[in-house]
Design a protein around this ligand. Structure first.
Ligand code: S3P
Length: 171
């Protein structure tokens, strides 16, 4: 096990958990979206607008294929597990945690977000439908499903950190 991938829908807490987890496990943390933004020198909405969503999806797969070979925590974009190739890379190169949150919690967090093109172009109903379409892929990709409803960031982080230590043979 080299990489720890956090997967799940937009607004499920991947970045918040990833940062805390990095501190607790002393593993470096990377946010896939930020890495793509850095590489392209453009924001996510600009990439969508200039090159289209399909190009963005290719950039996600390129990231997974080429990112440095080290022990680290990676918060993935919400659409990453929709591609079979991405699912296979993640499962082959690391351990995958799906952060499960109810749609109403997610909606509360993402409704007014201007940096997520999918939110910008969709209604609440569209986003809920997409959430339901994606969920089986998240479940299928993950080694662990982590329930986040009514749990503090601290509790969620402790649970994942425990599993990482166990898998690395530290417990
Ligand atoms: C997307 C999620 C975003 C980002 C892009 C597309 C998606 O990442 O990759 O806006 O398709 O769900 P977060 O899950 O970090 O918001």
């Amino acid at each position: 096990m080299k990489k720890v991938y956090l997967i799940g829908y937009m607004g499920c807490g991947k970045s918040a958990i990833g940062k805390r987890l990095s501190f607790a496990t002393k593993m470096p943390y990377y946010d896939m979206d930020s890495e793509i933004v850095k590489k392209m020198g453009m924001t996510i909405p600009e990439i969508f607008e200039t090159y289209g969503e399909e190009r963005f999806r290719e950039l996600e797969t390129e990231f997974l294929n080429t990112f440095r070979d080290e022990f680290c925590i990676i918060a993935t974009g919400g659409g990453v597990p929709m591609r079979k190739e991405n699912r296979e890379i993640m499962r082959r190169t690391g351990i995958v945690f799906f952060l499960n949150a109810p749609f109403r919690d997610i909606w509360r967090r993402i409704a007014s977000d201007r940096n997520r093109p999918i939110v910008q172009r969709s209604t609440r109903l569209d986003l809920e439908k997409l959430f339901n379409e994606r969920k089986p892929h998240y479940l299928h990709t993950a080694h662990f499903k982590v329930e986040t409803e009514n749990r503090s960031l601290r509790d969620i982080m402790d649970y994942i950190a425990f599993q990482i230590r166990r898998l690395r043979g530290e417990l």
